[in-house]
Design a protein around this ligand. Structure first.
Ligand SMILES: C[S@@+](CC[C@H](N)C(=O)[O-])C[C@H]1O[C@@H](n2cnc3c(N)ncnc32)[C@H](O)[C@@H]1O
Length: 290
């Protein structure tokens, strides 16, 4: 089977090499500041084809770049922004697309009113609403490092939207609990286990995988495979009770990661300086000193 790359993690099917490579190529060109940038069009196209998505919903429009790319790929787009200035700025970019609906307001509240009308759509959620620099705090109540992810997931569950795909950004910021030890992550962020529980409450058949800095949840019947590195990183990050042998095996797999996977791990290790999440730094040290 053809070897393909998914978010720098090699996959065997469904996601193309181009999607992954193009998606993160710019990080190597411009460095860490671009880590939480907008989604790449190859990535979006691949998601659309793989899951047959009819509606793309983005929380946190920011400057509208991801939505403008999505507008060329998905039949319907909804994008939600809390900050009036950013909403207006994005409007300039998005007004040319007839299939984009912009919403001004708190994402969880907008989702609560919007989702009952979209029950028959196949939705890809791009959950990316959070504090992102001083610009996003003015005129809003967004505090530094705050995320609204748990309220958003509750809104999806309450609307009864089960058959969907959920992509959550900034996995590096989420905390972890492992063998009773709590690693805090960024201020105001829940743990990955709390997110895992909420995703399973939306759909108990969800498969959940950590793709570098994103969390992807999709229904188990989709025939998609991921690289051994993606599985190893997911195991170590998500398992609450994990014995030393499992960690050792996972780290052995990470040692054999591809060149691009290793580059991404290095970026993530640098990006988690402010948190007490040890994983990326540990992975970085094992790939650096192998
Ligand atoms: C990282 S940026 C989004 C980037 C964008 N999704 C992309 O792919 O290019 C986060 C955005 O979320 C917005 N935001 C923060 N809290 C929000 C909330 N409760 N509801 C809606 N938007 C929110 C911020 O103002 C900021 O524009």
């Amino acid at each position: 089977m053809k070897r393909l790359l998914l978010f720098l993690f090699i996959t065997h099917f469904s996601f193309s090499y181009h999607f992954n490579f193009e998606c993160y190529k710019r990080f190597f060109q411009y460095g860490f500041d671009e880590l939480s940038g907008c989604l790449d069009r190859y990535f979006l196209r691949k998601l659309q084809h793989t899951f047959n998505i009819t509606t793309f919903i983005e929380t946190g429009t920011y400057d509208g770049k991801t939505s403008s790319k999505a507008a060329k790929i998905f039949p319907h787009i909804h994008t939600i922004e809390l900050h009036k200035g950013l909403f207006n700025k994005a409007q300039k970019m998005l007004q040319e697309y007839g299939n984009v609906q912009q919403h001004l307001g708190n994402s969880s509240e907008v989702l609560t009113t919007l989702l009952p009308q979209l029950k028959h759509e196949t939705i890809l959620f791009w959950l990316d609403a959070h504090y992102s620099g001083a610009e996003t705090t003015s005129h809003t109540n967004i505090k530094e490092s705050e995320t609204i992810i748990q309220e958003e997931l509750r809104a999806i569950k309450d609307a009864g939207i089960k058959h969907c795909v959920i992509l959550i950004d900034d996995a590096r910021n989420f905390g972890s609990v492992q063998n009773g030890i709590r690693y805090k992550g960024s201020v105001g962020y829940p743990t990955l286990h709390e997110i895992h529980t909420q995703l399973k409450e939306i759909n108990s058949c969800f498969r959940i995988i950590l793709l570098g800095d994103m969390i992807l949840a999709y229904e188990a019947h989709h025939d998609i495979s991921f690289s051994p590195t993606a599985h190893a990183c997911t195991t170590v990050r998500f398992l609450e009770r994990i014995n030393k042998n499992i960690i050792k095996q996972a780290e052995q797999v990470i040692t054999n990661a591809s060149h691009r996977e290793k580059s991404l791990i290095k970026l993530l290790a640098n990006a988690t300086k402010e948190t007490d999440i040890p994983f990326y730094k540990r992975w970085n040290s094992i790939i650096t000193h192998e």
